[in-house]
Design a protein around this ligand. Structure first.
Ligand code: ZN
Ligand code: ZN
Ligand code: ZN
Ligand code: ZN
Length: 168
């Protein structure tokens, strides 16, 4: 927002930007959380993806591709704040294979991951919902299918190295 930029510019000029409270990207409220997607500071009302650009536009464009990869039902990745310092993020995606999955039928395993990020004097708590699909749930400790692929690559490298030394 041009308004916001102007204010930041003024604050920067007067040298108070460091001490000034961070403002929401969409309005003049105090910013409480930071969107994990676009990295913008936002207030409680504008923190959800549908409430701020460019994430809202992106959500609109991706509407039809955000479907559970198993049953094709539409999913709605979301994020919200329940207090000034507690934020929830649910990408509706399998952590293991990076594909969208629905909550009711195809989320086999759900693990909450909490990250605390310090912003100024406050500690912000971001709680991520990590989901795993049927395929990845048994492999969740190594990071699902993606993790498995990584392990295969590492194992392949080790085998190749051993092979190389044995056959010099
Ligand atoms: Zn706002
Ligand atoms: Zn965003
Ligand atoms: Zn499904
Ligand atoms: Zn998966």
């Amino acid at each position: 927002m041009p308004d916001n930029n102007l204010r930041e510019e003024n604050e920067r000029r007067s040298g108070s930007l460091v001490t000034a409270t961070r403002r929401c990207h969409e309005c003049s409220e105090e910013a409480l959380g930071r969107c994990p997607e676009c990295r913008r500071s936002l207030c409680q009302n504008h923190f959800p993806k549908q409430q701020h650009s460019p994430c809202a536009e992106k959500q609109m464009n991706m509407m039809h591709t955000q479907v559970c990869y198993v049953c094709g039902i539409q999913v709605y990745p979301d994020q919200w704040s329940i207090s000034r310092t507690t934020h929830f993020i649910d990408p509706y995606k399998c952590r293991g294979c990076d594909r969208y999955i629905c909550d009711e039928l195809h989320t086999r395993r759900k693990v909450d991951d909490v990250t605390i990020i310090r912003e100024g004097l406050r500690g912000h708590r971001y709680q991520y919902t990590n989901r795993y699909c049927d395929l990845c749930a048994p492999l969740y400790q190594i990071g699902g299918i993606k993790g498995l692929a990584r392990l295969v690559v590492i194992a392949g490298t080790i085998i190749a190295t051993v092979f190389f030394y044995l056959h010099r």
